[in-house]
Design a binder for this molecule. Structure first.
Ligand SMILES: Nc1ncnc2c1ncn2[C@@H]1O[C@H](COP(=O)(O)OP(=O)(O)OP(=O)(O)O)[C@@H](O)[C@H]1O
Ligand SMILES: [Mg+2]
Length: 548
């Protein structure tokens, strides 16, 4: 393995270090890659196994294992190995003074067995070395932490009689030092993580009491203002208009207003103006008499009537067609109406809460939304800030959704501190809904207790740095402030690119069917159509679409 090596372990050759990428020897290459792994500070056993794999790939070792002192300090057990089956690995448990491993451990010195057949100390405990196959040499070096042994690093190689093992021992000792550093680093991180997990548990215990109002999580200044507004508007019957990007919690706030007001016992009825076909919206709102139109085989009450005495939540009000806007305005002003095909005037007492994620002022300016209806609705506006503008709420929300998802899935996953820091800097184009979905996904797919940055979906990790945008001029869906002078010049890709990528990826995932992609992103067909045009997103020619 090391026959032609010129590695001098004590040498401090800067020129050589600087040239690691144009590398000469496989040993230097291996050390370079191992040092990178050590710096990444990932899971102990995963990293140790990767170190052994690197040694195998670059240096053609037969077999190797890292044997560490167990937590009780009683035995040495194999923590990582290469070239051993699971069965062989399980057999690898040694007393502290047993065999060659015990000797290396207790003497704190390397031990070379040039031919294991003729070494009485050699236990072959794992039974991995079928001695009859050939002559095998064994090298074991101690893993020392501040000169105290914590384990043994062993390597097997095929026997070659003319070889001196000194270079091998030097090299393996260097690797063993790196392994020791990694073990120490890992211990510190683990201790910190334990403290962090404990803090998390305490935080969670307080979550319900301190940071949640009306089932809405938040302690940021902007969310506290939202809570105050909810309290202020709840007792009145005036129309509330909820504004904010998709997934910011508009529906949740609508329910909170209803449930904390005097109408709590009366119905909360909802109509999503974007989800109902245009031709049916009017009869959904006002109801119809039997025979009012083809297919109207019975009388049906509309949402206004159903909500009598309670609240009618008109979601995605910006999608209401112009002719229906006029009709809605009339009902809001007169507080009465006739069912379709009917003559009886029905009076109702309904509190209206409307919501939209589009910029209604802009829609008014473009003639897409009636100005008189806008002013009628905009009596008590509440703006739900995007998640990126309430970073301090992110850990609370993560905890809240973690608890729910863990419970639902019978798991105990937690995010590492770095993962939480990363998620605090993420831009969250889909806001709280995106976070809720992410947490559920990570809880389901992560098979270890701690979810680290490296476990997060790669599309999130490729996300550019948080932009320097604190305030958006208007609430818009997956909103991006274009050509903002504050956008960092050096970010890997602009926010505009990011939005284009999100829309394009959703289109691909949904077979280029706009309606489905829009549903997935929580935006309307009209909005996705606009974005597709804006970014010049083109469907690949070989695809044939069937729109829903
Ligand atoms: N502050 C919050 N605390 C806890 N859960 C929240 C919060 N904000 C939003 N959510 C959750 O996130 C999801 C999306 O929220 P919601 O449906 O109210 O958003 P929205 O603003 O109505 O979105 P859209 O415009 O796409 O309809 C819901 O499951 C909601 O319960
Ligand atoms: Mg909604």
């Amino acid at each position: 393995m090391m026959k032609k090596t010129n590695l001098n372990c004590g040498e401090n050759n800067t020129e050589k270090n600087n040239q690691t990428s144009s590398v000469k020897t496989p040993e230097v290459q291996a050390l370079y890659r191992i040092a990178q792994l050590v710096g990444s500070a990932a899971e102990l056993e995963v990293t140790l196994s990767e170190i052994l794999k690197i040694l195998h790939d670059t240096l053609f070792m037969e077999r190797a294992s890292i044997v560490l002192l167990d937590e009780a300090g009683e035995n040495l057990t194999i923590k990582a190995c290469y070239g051993l089956t699971n069965e062989e690995r399980k057999r690898g448990v040694y007393n502290l003074d047993e065999g060659v491993i015990g000797k290396v451990y207790s003497s704190k010195s390397p031990f070379v067995v040039p031919d294991i057949k003729s070494e009485p100390l050699f236990l072959n405990r794992t039974q991995a070395r079928s001695i009859s196959k050939g002559n095998i040499a064994f090298i074991g070096v101690p893993i020392l932490l501040r000169n105290k042994p914590v384990g043994v690093f062993t390597v097997d190689r095929l026997f070659a009689s003319e070889v001196s093992y000194t270079e091998d021992v030097h090299f393996i000792t260097v690797v063993s030092t790196l392994i020791a550093q990694f073990i120490e680093l890992n211990k510190v991180i683990k201790q910190k993580e334990d403290v962090w997990l404990e803090e998390n548990r305490n935080l969670r215990a307080q979550l319900d009491k301190r940071y949640s109002r009306h089932n809405i999580i938040g302690q940021s200044k902007v969310m506290r203002e939202v809570f105050q507004l909810i309290d202020r508007v709840a007792p009145s019957t005036a129309t509330a208009l909820l504004l904010g990007e998709s997934g910011t919690g508009k529906e949740l706030v609508a329910q909170a207003i209803h449930h904390s007001g005097p109408r709590i016992k009366a119905p909360f009825i909802q109509l999503n103006c974007a989800a109902v076909p245009e031709t049916l919206i009017e009869s959904e709102l006002l109801g119809h008499e039997k025979g009012a139109f083809t297919g109207a085989t019975f009388m049906k009450k509309g949402r206004f009537e159903l909500a009598n005495g309670g609240t009618l939540f008109l979601d995605e009000i910006g999608e209401l067609p112009l002719n229906l806007q006029a009709k809605l305005l009339r009902v809001l002003q007169e507080k009465n109406f006739e069912r379709l095909g009917g003559t009886e005037t029905i009076s109702v007492d309904v509190r209206i809460i409307a919501a939209t994620n589009i910029n209604l002022e802009e829609a008014v300016a473009q003639g897409l939304f009636r100005a008189d209806l806008y002013y009628r609705l905009n009596v008590l506006p509440i703006l739900l800030p995007p998640l990126r503008d309430r970073v301090e709420d992110i850990p609370l929300l993560l905890d809240f959704f973690l608890r729910e998802s863990n419970e639902r899935n019978g798991k105990i996953m937690q995010f590492s501190r770095d993962a939480v820091e990363f998620l605090k800097g993420y831009i969250w184009p889909g806001n709280v809904r995106e976070m809720q979905n992410l947490v559920e996904r990570m809880v389901i797919i992560t098979d270890h207790e701690i979810c680290r940055v490296s476990d997060l979906p790669s599309v999130m990790i490729a996300e550019p740095e948080r932009p320097a945008i604190q305030e958006l001029p208007h609430p818009v869906n997956i909103s991006i402030k274009e050509d903002s002078p504050e956008t960092p010049v050096n970010s890997k890709s602009s926010l505009k690119d990011r939005e284009k990528e999100i829309v394009e990826a959703a289109m691909q995932r949904n077979g280029w069917v706009q309606a489905r992609a829009a549903r997935e992103l929580g935006i309307t067909q009209r909005q996705i159509g606009y974005k597709i045009k804006k970014y010049g997103i083109i469907m690949p020619e070989h695809i044939c679409i069937k729109n829903d």
